[in-house]
Design a protein around this ligand. Structure first.
Ligand code: TYM
Length: 332
């Protein structure tokens, strides 16, 4: 028996090297294990919970899908676009909304924070109900393991609560999933502000390495990374955040600890040179595959259609069982 692993990523911006090392690479490791059956969705419906631009969303969805394939998620895992299975996922989401309470939904920290920032008049209703859709994404596929970052843990707890409640009230339909947070091997910081996390949308992007940055941009960004005046190299995040961040980055890219990564290097110039080489070596092949995929849209489309067909068949079985359990009439 294989273990069903499921996760999703919202297509809200260009992926950067922090996402790659913190989320995508752990996912690739899970997918490399033949005991796991990994499903990944580009959560475009979730991108509708906040202000968006339609043509940009379509492009970001394609970019995200192509980037994940370029990172070699396929064929180890199945990739699909959430909206391509919208019939099943949103139907189940409604059944789960009818299992959850308003109190539970409005207590979600992400909702509270974003709603407060936007004001009630501009907050989309889907932002409130979105954790039910995320629960539906997960539960539709009888998921056992959900790799997510800390920021999604509350949504995952709600998912397990709803699965248990539904199973208890209406009969066993859902596998109760477990979250796993990737080991904190590499929490990469912004190169210009090495005490702040590298973000999808950095202030001006100067301290963020995007997966599709070309070698010249990478070299320029690394050259301008903040270090300090001490000419020796030590890993000590509190007193030397800039050097330590570069050491963490180099270590994560080359499979070493930050301390090991610094061995044999003297001075921040050499460290920056080594980081640049490691980034170009890692990102170059991903970028090449990305270009090839974008040049052959039919191939990417075929992959996504295969993913959609797999995911919709997998979800349909669960949705049918949930409909029956909750008391909907079956005319078939
Ligand atoms: P999203 O797109 O915001 O983030 C994708 C993944 O990256 C992780 N992540 C982080 N991890 C640690 N620290 C951070 N600051 C950080 N920012 C992002 C996220 O935890 C996530 O693992 N609702 C989800 C997408 C989703 C989903 C799902 C996830 C839709 N359906 C089903 C799991 C299962 C989201 O907005 O993630």
């Amino acid at each position: 028996m294989t273990t069903r692993v499921f996760t999703g990523l919202k297509p809200t911006g260009q992926l950067q090297v922090g996402n790659y090392l913190g989320a995508i690479r752990p996912l690739l490791d899970l997918a490399a294990d033949p005991d796991n059956d990994v499903l990944v969705c580009v959560a475009d419906l979730h991108a509708l919970t906040v202000e968006h631009n339609p043509s940009q969303l379509r492009e970001l969805t394609l970019e995200m899908a192509a980037t994940l394939v370029a990172c070699e998620l396929n064929p180890r895992a199945t990739l699909f676009i959430q909206s391509s299975v919208a019939a099943e996922h949103t139907e189940l989401s409604y059944l789960l909304e009818s299992t959850a309470t308003y109190g539970e939904m409005s207590r979600m920290v992400q909702f509270k924070e974003k709603a407060k920032a936007q004001g009630a008049g501009s907050t989309r209703l889907s932002l409130l109900t979105y954790p039910a859709l995320m629960a539906a994404d997960i539960l539709a596929h009888q998921t056992e393991v959900v790799p997510v970052g800390d920021d999604q843990r509350q949504h995952l707890e709600l998912t397990t609560t709803l699965a248990r409640r539904f199973n208890t009230r209406y009969g066993h339909v859902f596998t109760v999933p477990q979250g796993v947070t990737p080991a904190e091997t590499a929490r990469i910081k912004d190169l210009r502000e090495p005490t702040t996390k590298m973000g999808k949308t950095g202030s001006d992007g100067a301290g963020v390495i995007f997966l599709r940055d070309n070698p010249d941009d990478i070299a320029a960004k690394v050259r301008r990374a903040v270090t300090d005046s001490d000419t020796s190299l030590h890993y000590d995040p509190s007193s030397r955040p800039g050097v330590s961040n570069l050491a963490t980055l180099l270590g994560a890219l080359t499979g070493m600890t930050p301390e090991q990564a610094l061995v044999g290097l003297t001075g921040s110039g050499q460290l920056k040179q080594a980081v640049t080489v490691a980034l170009v070596d890692t990102l170059g092949p991903i970028q090449k595959r990305y270009q090839d995929l974008r040049a052959d849209p039919g191939h990417l489309r075929d992959l996504l259609i295969a993913g959609r067909d797999f995911a919709s068949a997998s979800a349909a079985t669960t949705v049918a069982a949930a409909r029956e359990a909750i008391g909907l009439l079956d005319l078939a």
